[in-house]
Ligand binder design. Structure first.
Ligand code: HEC
Length: 191
């Protein structure tokens, strides 16, 4: 019995995905020895750590690809909520591609490298921090607009037009934008 349980846990561990999240924007590299980043992974989006090297991890990122902008990975099949973005014309090697139907974007994943860091196991705490940053900074001159007042596509421009009036640090701005988009009135997909 004990051996059986041990084997079970061993198997579960073997197949468990090593899902991680970052509260900050991460630099992405196409090859592990690249010195120059070609892309960015945006905060609160899940990634799967596949392999560990000296100072980098190989990660898998899932998302949706608009055939018109095949250097951006989106959070769902139709809204401009970014998961990862690469410099224009980067040729990405998409895996597990499923063609979108009726004009919806294609589902796909990519494998890229990131600098090693301690990542978080879920995005709950970072969403709480984003909410606090938002309500404390965007509720000073007028009361903070509800997250659900705007749609996912409208939030980035709305936020940016006001961000310089606040004390929200530049490095936290993407965290707040992702938070707002993923709590907007029309967001699709699981946060
Ligand atoms: C320093 C004061 C101040 C802060 C801080 C501030 N706002 Fe505003 N906000 C204003 C004023 C004043 C207006 C009226 C329109 C204008 O001046 O552009 C406004 C208008 C707005 C509107 C309505 C715009 C429209 O066209 O309907 C939204 C939405 C908004 N702010 C969101 C935010 C968000 C999000 C933040 C945080 C990033 C924020 N505000 C922070 C002063 C501020």
């Amino acid at each position: 019995m004990r051996l059986f349980l041990f084997m079970c846990f061993f198997c579960i561990d073997l197949f468990a995905k090593n899902i991680a999240y970052s509260p900050e924007v991460l630099s992405l590299y196409l090859n592990k020895d690249d010195k120059k980043a070609t892309g960015r992974l945006l905060p609160t989006n899940a990634f799967n750590i596949l392999q560990s090297d000296k100072d980098k991890y190989l990660i898998e990122v899932e998302g949706f690809v608009n055939p018109k902008t095949p250097f951006v990975l989106y959070f769902n099949d139709s809204q401009r909520v970014m998961v990862a973005a690469f410099s224009k014309n980067t040729k990405l090697d998409f895996k597990n591609k499923i063609d979108g139907k009726n004009g919806k974007w294609d589902k796909a994943s990519i494998e890229v490298w990131v600098d090693k860091k301690d990542f978080e196991k879920n995005n709950k705490d970072m969403f709480v921090r984003a909410k606090t940053l938002y309500s404390e900074n965007c509720g000073i001159c007028h009361s903070a607009h509800k997250e659900s007042e705007f749609g996912a596509n409208a939030w980035p421009a709305t936020f940016r037009s006001m961000a310089d009036r606040t004390g929200i640090d530049k490095k936290d701005r993407w965290l707040v934008i992702e938070y707002l988009q993923k709590h907007s009135k029309d967001i699709k997909g699981t946060k």
